[in-house]
Design a protein around this ligand. Structure first.
Ligand SMILES: Cc1ncc(COP(=O)(O)O)c(C=O)c1O
Length: 389
């Protein structure tokens, strides 16, 4: 079968295989020393007090919600321009989600819409428990503003950092744990580094760490009583552990993170330069005080002004061997949330407009320059062919 070019994919080399093989030949392939080694490297690199490896980014968000005590009648706010897992973590805890529209330039949560919604919720006497801000595509949200609002209205702040590992805000690589109470990361293969499946919680808060540590493994607490391995179940937790095989891979991948980020940035600069002057195409805008790490490179195309549709564009590219994607269908128009909260597609107009125009094009470490060049000229040709004027 012809090799299809996806919007993202992992990069695995001989050093990764060597590290995984080492784990496979060792005594413990799960709950062994590699988990702690992996966590320790994160603490060092991202300058935070606690790091907890978990089975996925989704598990990280769920454990954070449990640790922060989210429950019925709590309202948690997030943008609809994120993966389902962000809002699902709220639902798992039995709390309610409120969607806040996105900023027109960064596609992150909009500060002005957030403030408006907070005032409405306060009037309705709702309990605003937390805000989850996703650093969409790899560009940090407006963290200083979010932090000021958190202090004023006294809610918890979570950073869904699954797109943005290694980015920085105002020069700080540890911005996420400075401003947010807890941070989730994902190591799914399309992300910057991978462990197959996997995730991590970063925090400076001991209570969040302690709770997540216990709930990562069934609520079991090991006690030095009776015999080695004795434990008591303090509450009902989950099996959200990450195994040593994955952590071995993660350790080896983490060493390459900077190299991966530089490569992605080069690809992004190429796309920026190619598409910046093409009519009906808009390139991503980067705020001066933030570093965009391009988990996604999202172009916007004004399909209304072209005599074509996004569907036709996707079909055209599939025939040419490229599988494009859209990030994201706004969560407020996904069936589950629409039905449960009686939402309307116009509740978040910026997110809807963005969805109509956005497409994620290939970006990952190791993508060949001839593939990028071919993609660019195909898109250029498609747009020109479909121009009305
Ligand atoms: C913004 C965001 N949050 C959470 C997740 C969940 O991560 P995982 O797939 O590791 O569960 C993802 C993964 O795609 C994501 O993109």
């Amino acid at each position: 079968m012809k090799n299809i070019i996806n919007y993202g994919k992992q990069f695995i080399d001989a050093s990764d295989i060597k590290e995984v093989t080492k784990v496979l030949k060792s005594q413990n392939i799960t709950q062994g020393p590699y988990v702690k080694k992996f966590e320790d490297e994160f603490k060092k690199k991202f300058k935070c007090k606690y790091a907890l490896a978990v089975s996925s980014g989704t598990a990280a968000l769920h454990l954070i919600g449990i640790a922060l005590g989210w429950k019925k009648n709590d309202v948690i706010l997030c943008s609809p321009n994120t993966f389902i897992a962000t809002a699902a973590s709220v639902e798992y805890c039995g709390a309610s989600v409120e969607f806040i529209d996105i900023d027109k330039e960064t596609f992150n949560i909009s500060i002005s819409s957030l403030l408006k919604k907070i005032k409405i919720l306060i009037k309705k006497k709702k309990k605003i428990k937390a805000v989850i801000a996703t650093d969409y595509a790899g560009q940090p949200s407006d963290w200083e503003e979010l932090y000021k609002i958190k202090k004023k209205y006294k809610f918890q702040l979570v950073n869904d950092n699954c797109h943005a590992i290694g980015s920085n805000y105002k020069g700080k690589i540890n911005y996420s744990t400075i401003y947010a109470d807890a941070v989730s990361l994902s190591f799914h293969p399309v992300k910057h580094i991978t462990t197959g499946e996997g995730g991590m919680i970063l925090t400076n808060n001991k209570k969040i760490f302690d709770s997540s540590l216990i709930n990562r493994s069934h609520g079991m607490v090991k006690k030095n009583k009776f015999y080695n391995g004795y434990y008591e179940v303090e509450n009902l937790g989950y099996n959200y552990r990450l195994n040593d095989i994955s952590c071995g891979l993660g350790l080896s991948q983490l060493k390459k993170l900077n190299k991966f980020l530089i490569y992605r940035k080069k690809v992004a600069r190429y796309y920026d330069n190619y598409f910046k002057n093409i009519k009906f195409i808009k390139i991503p805008k980067i705020c001066k005080d933030r570093n965009h790490v391009y988990h996604l490179y999202v172009l916007r195309i004004d399909f209304k002004k072209l005599k074509t549709t996004k569907k036709k564009l996707f079909q055209f590219f599939l025939k040419k061997g490229f599988k494009l994607q859209v990030h994201y269908i706004p969560l407020n128009i996904q069936k589950y949330f629409k039905k449960k909260y009686r939402l309307n597609k116009n509740d978040c107009p910026n997110a809807l407009r963005f969805y109509n125009e956005a497409l994620s094009i290939p970006i990952y470490y190791g993508i060949k320059s001839k593939v990028i060049k071919r993609f660019c000229s195909l898109l250029d040709g498609f747009v020109k062919k479909n121009q009305l004027f």
